[in-house]
Design a protein around this ligand. Structure first.
Ligand code: A4P
Ligand code: MG
Length: 180
Protein backbone atom coordinates (compact mmCIF):
# COMPACT_ATOMS: atom_id res chain seq x y z
CA UNK A 1 0.00 0.00 0.00
CA UNK A 2 1.10 3.55 -0.67
CA UNK A 3 1.27 6.21 2.02
CA UNK A 4 -1.93 7.28 3.79
CA UNK A 5 -3.73 10.53 2.96
CA UNK A 6 -5.52 13.02 5.17
CA UNK A 7 -9.24 13.20 4.36
CA UNK A 8 -11.55 15.75 5.97
CA UNK A 9 -15.14 14.58 6.41
CA UNK A 10 -18.03 17.02 6.98
CA UNK A 11 -20.79 15.68 9.24
CA UNK A 12 -24.29 17.15 9.40
CA UNK A 13 -27.66 16.24 10.89
CA UNK A 14 -30.95 17.97 11.60
CA UNK A 15 -33.31 15.06 12.33
CA UNK A 16 -33.87 12.42 14.97
CA UNK A 17 -31.49 13.58 17.75
CA UNK A 18 -28.71 15.21 15.69
CA UNK A 19 -26.14 15.11 18.48
CA UNK A 20 -26.66 11.39 18.87
CA UNK A 21 -26.49 10.87 15.08
CA UNK A 22 -23.15 12.67 14.85
CA UNK A 23 -21.62 10.84 17.81
CA UNK A 24 -22.70 7.56 16.27
CA UNK A 25 -21.30 8.58 12.87
CA UNK A 26 -17.94 9.43 14.46
CA UNK A 27 -17.89 5.99 16.09
CA UNK A 28 -18.63 4.42 12.69
CA UNK A 29 -15.80 6.42 11.05
CA UNK A 30 -13.45 4.97 13.65
CA UNK A 31 -14.22 1.46 12.37
CA UNK A 32 -13.47 2.13 8.67
CA UNK A 33 -10.95 -0.26 7.11
CA UNK A 34 -7.40 0.97 6.41
CA UNK A 35 -8.17 4.24 8.17
CA UNK A 36 -8.03 5.95 11.53
CA UNK A 37 -9.62 9.07 12.96
CA UNK A 38 -6.94 11.62 13.86
CA UNK A 39 -9.29 14.21 15.31
CA UNK A 40 -12.67 15.88 15.26
CA UNK A 41 -14.00 19.38 15.84
CA UNK A 42 -16.65 20.58 18.24
CA UNK A 43 -20.19 20.58 16.91
CA UNK A 44 -21.75 23.79 15.59
CA UNK A 45 -25.42 24.72 15.39
CA UNK A 46 -26.84 26.75 12.46
CA UNK A 47 -30.12 27.41 10.66
CA UNK A 48 -30.62 25.43 7.44
CA UNK A 49 -29.18 26.75 4.21
CA UNK A 50 -31.69 25.67 1.59
CA UNK A 51 -35.40 24.87 1.93
CA UNK A 52 -36.83 26.66 4.99
CA UNK A 53 -39.06 25.03 7.60
CA UNK A 54 -36.46 22.46 8.66
CA UNK A 55 -34.91 22.18 12.12
CA UNK A 56 -31.49 23.70 12.82
CA UNK A 57 -28.47 21.62 11.86
CA UNK A 58 -25.56 20.36 13.90
CA UNK A 59 -22.32 20.12 11.94
CA UNK A 60 -18.75 19.07 12.61
CA UNK A 61 -15.62 17.95 10.79
CA UNK A 62 -13.41 14.89 11.31
CA UNK A 63 -9.90 14.21 10.04
CA UNK A 64 -9.22 10.71 8.81
CA UNK A 65 -5.89 9.19 7.89
CA UNK A 66 -6.74 6.66 5.20
CA UNK A 67 -5.32 4.31 2.61
CA UNK A 68 -8.76 3.99 0.94
CA UNK A 69 -8.91 5.61 -2.50
CA UNK A 70 -11.43 8.48 -2.72
CA UNK A 71 -14.31 6.58 -4.34
CA UNK A 72 -13.98 3.67 -1.93
CA UNK A 73 -14.04 6.18 0.93
CA UNK A 74 -17.19 7.85 -0.51
CA UNK A 75 -18.86 4.43 -0.71
CA UNK A 76 -18.06 3.82 2.95
CA UNK A 77 -19.49 7.24 3.88
CA UNK A 78 -22.69 6.50 1.96
CA UNK A 79 -22.98 3.12 3.66
CA UNK A 80 -22.74 4.83 7.06
CA UNK A 81 -25.42 7.33 5.95
CA UNK A 82 -27.73 4.44 4.99
CA UNK A 83 -27.11 2.78 8.34
CA UNK A 84 -28.38 5.98 9.94
CA UNK A 85 -31.69 5.74 8.04
CA UNK A 86 -30.79 8.51 5.63
CA UNK A 87 -33.63 8.99 3.14
CA UNK A 88 -32.72 10.92 0.01
CA UNK A 89 -35.61 13.25 -0.87
CA UNK A 90 -35.51 16.95 -1.63
CA UNK A 91 -32.08 18.33 -2.47
CA UNK A 92 -30.76 20.09 0.62
CA UNK A 93 -33.75 18.71 2.57
CA UNK A 94 -33.72 17.60 6.21
CA UNK A 95 -31.60 14.52 6.97
CA UNK A 96 -30.59 12.24 9.82
CA UNK A 97 -27.01 12.17 8.60
CA UNK A 98 -25.01 13.74 5.80
CA UNK A 99 -21.37 12.80 5.35
CA UNK A 100 -19.48 14.85 2.78
CA UNK A 101 -15.95 14.18 1.62
CA UNK A 102 -14.63 17.73 1.91
CA UNK A 103 -10.97 17.20 1.07
CA UNK A 104 -8.83 14.25 0.12
CA UNK A 105 -5.25 15.42 0.53
CA UNK A 106 -4.76 18.09 -2.10
CA UNK A 107 -6.50 16.05 -4.77
CA UNK A 108 -8.81 17.67 -7.33
CA UNK A 109 -11.38 15.53 -9.06
CA UNK A 110 -14.46 16.06 -11.23
CA UNK A 111 -16.53 12.95 -11.86
CA UNK A 112 -20.30 12.44 -11.80
CA UNK A 113 -20.04 10.67 -8.45
CA UNK A 114 -17.38 12.71 -6.70
CA UNK A 115 -16.10 16.27 -6.82
CA UNK A 116 -12.98 17.20 -4.83
CA UNK A 117 -12.65 19.45 -2.99
CA UNK A 118 -16.37 19.46 -2.09
CA UNK A 119 -17.67 22.35 -4.21
CA UNK A 120 -19.51 24.24 -1.44
CA UNK A 121 -16.73 24.49 1.20
CA UNK A 122 -16.02 28.17 0.56
CA UNK A 123 -19.65 29.23 1.05
CA UNK A 124 -20.42 27.37 4.25
CA UNK A 125 -19.53 28.65 7.71
CA UNK A 126 -20.76 25.36 9.22
CA UNK A 127 -17.91 23.67 7.31
CA UNK A 128 -15.22 26.37 7.56
CA UNK A 129 -15.58 27.04 11.32
CA UNK A 130 -15.04 23.40 12.37
CA UNK A 131 -12.42 22.94 9.63
CA UNK A 132 -10.37 25.92 10.89
CA UNK A 133 -10.77 24.69 14.47
CA UNK A 134 -9.34 21.31 13.49
CA UNK A 135 -6.76 22.27 10.85
CA UNK A 136 -5.96 25.95 11.42
CA UNK A 137 -6.36 28.85 9.05
CA UNK A 138 -3.65 27.88 6.55
CA UNK A 139 -5.23 24.67 5.27
CA UNK A 140 -5.19 24.84 1.45
CA UNK A 141 -8.50 24.16 -0.29
CA UNK A 142 -7.15 23.39 -3.77
CA UNK A 143 -8.44 25.79 -6.38
CA UNK A 144 -10.33 27.85 -3.80
CA UNK A 145 -8.00 29.38 -1.19
CA UNK A 146 -6.83 28.97 2.41
CA UNK A 147 -9.38 27.93 5.07
CA UNK A 148 -8.95 31.07 7.21
CA UNK A 149 -9.14 33.49 4.26
CA UNK A 150 -12.37 31.86 3.09
CA UNK A 151 -13.90 32.21 6.55
CA UNK A 152 -12.76 35.85 6.77
CA UNK A 153 -14.48 36.52 3.42
CA UNK A 154 -17.79 35.15 4.78
CA UNK A 155 -17.43 37.37 7.86
CA UNK A 156 -17.47 40.40 5.53
CA UNK A 157 -20.95 39.52 4.23
CA UNK A 158 -23.87 41.58 5.58
CA UNK A 159 -24.79 40.34 9.05
CA UNK A 160 -28.23 39.20 7.76
CA UNK A 161 -26.73 36.91 5.07
CA UNK A 162 -27.70 33.29 5.86
CA UNK A 163 -24.09 32.14 5.57
CA UNK A 164 -22.61 34.82 7.83
CA UNK A 165 -20.37 32.95 10.36
CA UNK A 166 -22.19 34.54 13.32
CA UNK A 167 -25.21 32.36 12.44
CA UNK A 168 -23.12 29.32 13.31
CA UNK A 169 -22.43 28.82 17.02
CA UNK A 170 -20.63 26.10 19.00
CA UNK A 171 -23.15 23.62 20.38
CA UNK A 172 -23.49 24.39 24.09
CA UNK A 173 -24.60 20.91 25.03
CA UNK A 174 -21.65 19.32 23.25
CA UNK A 175 -19.83 18.30 26.43
CA UNK A 176 -22.88 17.64 28.59
CA UNK A 177 -24.34 14.28 29.49
CA UNK A 178 -27.52 15.10 27.56
CA UNK A 179 -27.95 12.37 24.95
CA UNK A 180 -29.87 14.37 22.35
N1 A4P B 1 -20.90 13.90 -4.43
C1 A4P B 1 -20.07 14.54 -5.27
N2 A4P B 1 -18.99 15.02 -4.63
C2 A4P B 1 -19.16 14.68 -3.32
C3 A4P B 1 -18.35 14.88 -2.15
N3 A4P B 1 -17.17 15.55 -2.20
N4 A4P B 1 -18.81 14.39 -0.96
C4 A4P B 1 -22.15 13.26 -4.87
C5 A4P B 1 -20.01 13.71 -0.90
N5 A4P B 1 -20.81 13.47 -1.99
C6 A4P B 1 -20.37 13.95 -3.18
O1 A4P B 1 -25.19 13.93 -2.36
C7 A4P B 1 -25.52 13.85 -3.73
C8 A4P B 1 -24.37 13.22 -4.49
O2 A4P B 1 -23.25 14.07 -4.45
C9 A4P B 1 -23.89 11.90 -3.93
O3 A4P B 1 -24.57 10.81 -4.45
C10 A4P B 1 -22.39 11.86 -4.33
O4 A4P B 1 -22.14 10.92 -5.36
P1 A4P B 1 -26.26 13.56 -1.30
O5 A4P B 1 -25.57 13.54 0.03
O6 A4P B 1 -26.97 12.35 -1.74
O7 A4P B 1 -27.33 14.74 -1.45
P2 A4P B 1 -27.43 16.09 -0.69
O8 A4P B 1 -26.52 16.07 0.51
O9 A4P B 1 -28.87 16.42 -0.47
O10 A4P B 1 -26.93 17.11 -1.76
P3 A4P B 1 -25.67 17.96 -1.69
O11 A4P B 1 -25.66 18.86 -2.89
O12 A4P B 1 -24.48 17.11 -1.41
O13 A4P B 1 -26.02 18.82 -0.43
P4 A4P B 1 -24.99 19.19 0.65
O14 A4P B 1 -23.94 19.99 -0.03
O15 A4P B 1 -24.57 18.02 1.41
O16 A4P B 1 -25.88 20.17 1.51
N6 A4P B 1 -27.55 23.77 6.20
C11 A4P B 1 -26.86 23.69 7.36
N7 A4P B 1 -26.95 24.67 8.29
N8 A4P B 1 -26.05 22.58 7.61
C12 A4P B 1 -25.94 21.56 6.68
O17 A4P B 1 -25.20 20.60 6.93
N9 A4P B 1 -26.53 20.69 4.50
C13 A4P B 1 -27.17 20.77 3.35
C14 A4P B 1 -26.95 19.73 2.32
C15 A4P B 1 -28.07 21.92 3.06
N10 A4P B 1 -28.15 22.90 4.12
C16 A4P B 1 -27.47 22.79 5.26
C17 A4P B 1 -26.64 21.64 5.46
MG1 MG C 1 -24.20 15.37 1.00
Amino acid sequence: MSRPLGAYIGLGSNLNHPRRQLRSALAALATLPHSRVLGSSRLYRSPPLGPPGQPDYLNGVALLETYLPPLALLEQLQRIEQEHQRVRGVRWGARTLDLDLLLYGEQRLHTPRLTLPHPAIGERPFVLLPLCELAGSELPIPGVGASGALLAALAKLPREAPNHPENCIPDEEDHSTDTD
